[in-house]
Design a protein around this ligand. Structure first.
Ligand code: ZN
Ligand code: ZN
Length: 200
C-alpha cells in the first residue's frame, strides 16, 4: 500500500509545471479593429437631385448625363435607333429634363402622358421647341380633322396632336422646328392670352 503513495506523489510535480502563460495576444486585435472606422469614408458621397419629370430623387450625375445627351448637336433618333442611354422614349424624357425650366415645357409637363413617342422620321430634341413638341405629342389630344400642315403630311409626327392650353394652340408637328406659326390651329396672341390666361 505504501508503494502506491510513493508512486503518485512524484507524478504531480511535472503537471504543476504546465505554465499558465498570461501573454495577451488578444489585446492587439481590438485596437486594430477600432482604427478602421475612424478613417474618413473613402467612397465619395452620391449627390442627389430631383427628377424634374417625376419629382423623385435621382443621381445628379445621371441628370447631367441625360441633359448632355439631349443637347448634343447634330444628333437625332428615330423609332428604331438607340444608344447606350436608351431609345427614343428615353431621349424624349431627356429632352424634357434639359428644357424643363421653360414656361411652355412647364405647362406641357402638367399634362399626363397619353401616348408613346412615335415619329415618321428621325428627330432631335436639342432645341427647346423640339423637346416641347415631343411632349405635346405625347400628352396632347389627337385633332380631328388635322391642321392644314399635318393633313398635307408635314411634320415629324404621324398624327396631328394639340395640347390644351399649350403652344398657343399649335399642333406638335407644326411646333417642331419652331414653326408653330404655320399651324392653322394657332391662335392669335391676344385671343390666346384672354382665353387661356396662360403666361407667355
Ligand atoms: Zn397638325
Ligand atoms: Zn399644325
Amino acid at each position: 500500500m505504501d508503494s502506491e503513495a510513493d508512486s503518485t506523489s512524484p507524478s504531480v510535480q511535472p503537471q504543476s509545471e504546465i505554465p499558465e502563460v498570461s501573454t495577451n495576444p488578444t489585446t492587439a486585435t481590438p485596437e486594430s479593429i477600432a482604427v478602421e472606422p475612424s478613417n474618413p469614408p473613402e467612397i465619395p458621397a452620391a449627390r442627389f437631385t430631383t427628377n424634374p419629370l417625376t419629382g423623385a430623387a435621382m443621381l445628379e450625375e445621371k441628370l447631367e448625363e441625360l441633359t448632355a445627351w439631349a443637347t448634343l448637336p447634330n444628333y437625332q433618333l428615330d423609332n428604331d435607333s438607340e444608344c447606350a442611354l436608351g431609345g427614343l422614349t428615353e431621349y424624349a424624357e431627356a429632352g424634357a429634363m434639359a428644357f424643363h425650366t421653360t414656361n411652355q415645357m412647364k405647362s406641357l409637363l402638367r399634362l399626363p402622358v397619353k401616348r408613346k413617342i412615335d415619329v415618321k422620321r428621325a428627330i432631335t430634341v436639342n432645341r427647346q421647341q423640339n423637346a416641347q413638341a415631343v411632349q405635346a405629342f405625347m400628352r396632347g389630344d389627337a385633332a380631328n380633322p388635322a391642321c392644314i400642315s399635318c393633313s398635307k403630311g408635314s411634320g415629324p409626327f404621324p398624327i396631328c396632336v394639340t395640347a390644351a392650353g399649350c403652344l398657343r394652340g399649335a399642333c406638335a408637328s407644326c411646333h417642331y422646328g419652331g414653326e408653330g406659326s404655320r399651324c392653322s390651329f394657332r391662335k392669335p396672341r391676344k385671343f390666346y392670352l384672354i382665353s387661356a390666361g396662360d403666361v407667355y
